[in-house]
Structures are given as C-alpha cells and as structure tokens.
Design a protein around this ligand. Structure first.
Ligand code: TXA
Ligand code: MG
Length: 317
C-alpha cells in the first residue's frame, strides 16, 4: 500500500514490519535495526545474500554517536558538510548494533538522509532503521513509489510516498584509513566534493578492477533488457536498423528513427538532472520489450564519474 500517513509507517515499524522509505537518493526497504526478524525479512524480500551488509539510517549526529565507537576527525568534517545528505560513513560499530546488520564486520555504514518525510519518520521512532535500496537484488534501484510497488506488490505492507528522490542515485560511501578517506562506492556526492573537505582519497571498486567486496558485485543496477554503452548513438542505430532500441541521451540531440524510443536525461546536459532521471528512465525503457537500451558515457567530471560507474555496472555481463 502506498501512503502519506507517517504514523501508519511508525506503527508498522514498531510492530516489526518493513516500510519502503523515500530518501533523496533512492527508496530504501526499511526495518528496525534492533529487530532481528525485520532484518531477516529485508534480506529475504530482496533476495539479498546475508554477506551484504545494510546501511543504518538515523536523524542526527548525536544519534549516530550512540551507535559508533568513534567518529574520526575527517569523518566528522564530512558529516558536518554533507548531513543530512547522500553521504554514508563507515565507522567502528558499538556492540549495540547487531552483527546481522554489518554481516559480521566491525564497521557499520551510517547515514542521515535528506528527505523531509523520512527525517520526520526517523524522529518518531525509538530505533534507527536499516535500509538497503528497495529493489530485488541486482535490479535497478527505485526512485519513485510506483517502482517499489511494481517490484514487491502485496509482499510489502507499506510504501511511504515521498514524491521525488532529488538525487536519483545512491549515496557515496566513505571509509577511513588512518583518517584518510577511502571511497567504497561513488555516488550522489562527487569524489571532488569529498576531497575538497577531507583531502586526497583512494577510490575502491571500479568495475574494471572487479573488486568483490560486499555489494560491489560488478553486475548491479541492471535492466533486464540488454544494456550497452556505445561510442556513438546514431552510428549504433544506423548499423542496427532492424533492432528496437531504447536510447538515453544527454543534451538536445533528438533521435527520431523508426524502432527507436528516446528519453532525454537532461536537455540542458545537466549532470544533476540526468542523475535524478537515470534509474526511472532505465526502468521505463526496460518495460518496453526492446532489444537494446543504449547510452553514451557521461563526461568524466563531478557526478559524471558516479553515473559512469552505474552504467558500467548495468552493462556488465
Ligand atoms: O543511498 C543509499 O545509500 C540508499 C538509501 C536507501 O539510503 N541505500 C543503499 O543501500 O544504497 P544498499 O544496501 O543498496 O547499498 C549499500 C551498500 C552495499 O554495497 C553494502 O555492501 C555497503 O553499502 N555496505 C553497507 N554496510 C557496509 C559495511 N559495514 N561495510 C562495507 N560496506 C557496507
Ligand atoms: Mg542497492
């Protein structure tokens, strides 16, 4: 059920049920971090391996300090710069955080999301929420309530309506090695913005390196339609006249060919707008029974690097 009633969601979570929550990045599939059955339901509903840990969501730095042993100086700087917002910090957990949340790691991933509805919800709860993205394992993360409903239907008792996910891709995950930032997942905050606050970072787990730390499986965020990054969209279309092709474009270029469906991610070529539109556009094309979905690489600047990471994973075979 999709609802705007926050108190309904509070009741459901208090009773150990799961609720899909809107955030500024993507929808999360949330349950109480202190309810083992709720945690297990999350893994089951997503069909996610239990070795892939969950992000803890809460509403203030003061709350975070109840769950972690320490916040290194650089982590605090980043938290103050970006929370509430699309930043996830990996910090040493206190024993109060169940092992099932962190898949046995001594580090817990935490973030304060920047979405009015979910911040309101978190403030009304006596516990933090664990919430992976609200998609079945390896599918595209949902950026609206309808996508969540399509994925889970009646198996999910409550989806909290949040209108838009303004960022549209997942949070940037940052850990620390001797206080220096290590980027575990590129996301809605660019590496440049992290480095501006916390100094030079090390970026882990690009698709090419095929790093297989938890959740960094190269095949991820994938439509079921064949998804391909091409050097030139119009060449691909000309060379494949019999195929039905979905095209994701950045900028003004209009593709008007028979058998071709085009979605503009941002007519102005704005990477933030493209980010907000990427997943829902991939999802829309994925529902059209096309032979291919194609896209050109984004400019490798700012958030464009994160978008390139996502489309590389989506095209990985
Ligand atoms: O934007 C987001 O981060 C969204 C919204 C809902 O907050 N959440 C999200 O969660 O993307 P999920 O579970 O789809 O991705 C979280 C990633 C996974 O790759 C997981 O392996 C990693 O974070 N992660 C979580 N806890 C970790 C830990 N303790 N150590 C290392 N990686 C961790
Ligand atoms: Mg996910």
């Amino acid at each position: 059920m999709i609802t705007r009633d926050i108190s309904y969601a509070v009741n459901a979570l208090n009773q150990g049920a799961l609720v899909a929550i809107p955030t500024e990045t993507v929808y999360g599939l949330a349950g109480s971090a202190f309810n083992e059955q709720a945690i297990q339901k999350i893994f089951q509903l997503k069909n996610r391996p239990s070795c892939n840990p969950l992000i803890l969501h809460t509403h203030s730095i003061n709350e975070v300090s109840k769950f972690v042993k320490e916040i290194p100086p650089n982590a605090l700087k980043l938290a103050e710069a970006f929370w509430p917002g699309p930043l996830t910090l990996l910090l040493p957990k206190k024993s109060i955080i169940p092992h099932s949340v962190t898949s046995g790691s001594h580090l817990v991933a935490v973030r304060i999301p920047n979405h009015r509805v979910t911040l309101d919800l978190l403030k009304q709860l006596d516990f933090p929420l664990v919430a992976p993205s609200a998609n079945p394992y390896t599918r595209i993360s949902p950026t609206n309530s309808k996508m969540v409903d399509d994925y889970f239907g009646d198996a999910l008792p409550c989806i909290l309506e949040g209108d838009i996910c303004s960022k549209g891709i997942e949070s940037t995950i940052v850990g620390f090695h001797d206080n220096a930032p290590v980027i575990y997942r590129q996301g809605a905050i660019s590496v440049d913005a992290i480095e501006f606050i916390a100094g030079k970072s090390k970026v882990l787990a690009t698709v090419k390196e095929r790093v297989t730390t938890p959740g960094m499986s190269p095949m991820h965020y994938a439509p079921r339609t064949r998804f391909q990054i091409v050097d030139c969209i119009s060449n691909f279309i000309i060379q494949n006249p019999t195929l039905h092709i979905g095209v994701l474009t950045l900028g003004k270029t209009a593709i008007e060919q028979p058998n071709t469906t085009c979605i503009h991610l941002s007519i102005m070529g704005d990477l933030e707008e493209a980010s907000a539109n990427l997943y829902k556009s991939m999802y829309e094309l994925d529902g059209m029974e096309l032979d291919y979905i194609i896209i050109e690489r984004f400019p490798e600047v700012g958030i464009g690097k994160s978008l390139n990471d996502r489309i590389s994973r989506a095209s990985y075979r």
